[in-house]
Write a protein that binds this ligand. Sequence first.
Ligand SMILES: N[C@@H](CCC(=O)N[C@@H](CS)C(=O)NCC(=O)O)C(=O)O
Length: 238
Amino acid sequence: VPARYELHYWPGIPGRGEFVRLALEEAGVHYVDVARGPQAEATLLRAQQQASQPPFAPPFLRIGARVIGQTANILLFLGERHGLAPKSEPGRLWTHQLQLTIADLVGEVHDSHHPIAGSLYYEDQKREAKRRTEHLIAERLPKYLRYFESVLGADRRRARWLVGGRLTYADLSLFQVVAGLDYAFPTAFARLKRNTPLVVALADRVAGRPRIAAYLASPRRQPFNVHGIFRHYPELDV
Ligand SMILES: N[C@@H](CCC(=O)N[C@@H](CS)C(=O)NCC(=O)O)C(=O)O
């Protein structure tokens, strides 16, 4: 019997755990979402402490005695095991590279509402968050979006998916970024995404995948909220 997958992440938010959930759902594999069960935080901390290769922070995936951390690293692992990435080395690295770029984007979105310290409340860094978010919306998001738009537009075969002719975990993650930005910055992102129709079409295509559509309609999918990475503060959405 193959060891079961246990996804460990903080309860109450989709957060970075959601990038892993989407891959597990698209792969159609059974997994235990520890965050949705009882004693989630205690279970996570115990698994983190007991790991012989301990992850710095969640999300991490436990498979028997193995513990794999870092979102992009977990996806590299799942991509290879479940056909969510090319088999060739150049293809695998290119998918991983795209995922790491998404991780950078996600980090910048997080820092827009927590520019000074993650340990402080948003309310204690509102002025800095406002300045930071102005730059995120005016400069950084357009640059990232233009980049993914150009990757998708580079040849006709790629216009469907980021990597070659097949869906990869990077497409699932880009969908999650689009969903998160729709939630966090409904006004600003509605304007920005007019310039990136291929990115928008890709997100729609992901949402329409049978397993993803079923997941999104299920109680397993958690809504965005103001405790996660993508947060909606109306005063920042300009
Ligand atoms: N680069 C890591 C970042 C992990 C991370 O920042 N996790 C957050 C939750 S989304 C956390 O718990 N961080 C605790 C900390 O940084 O002290 C990844 O992509 O997995």
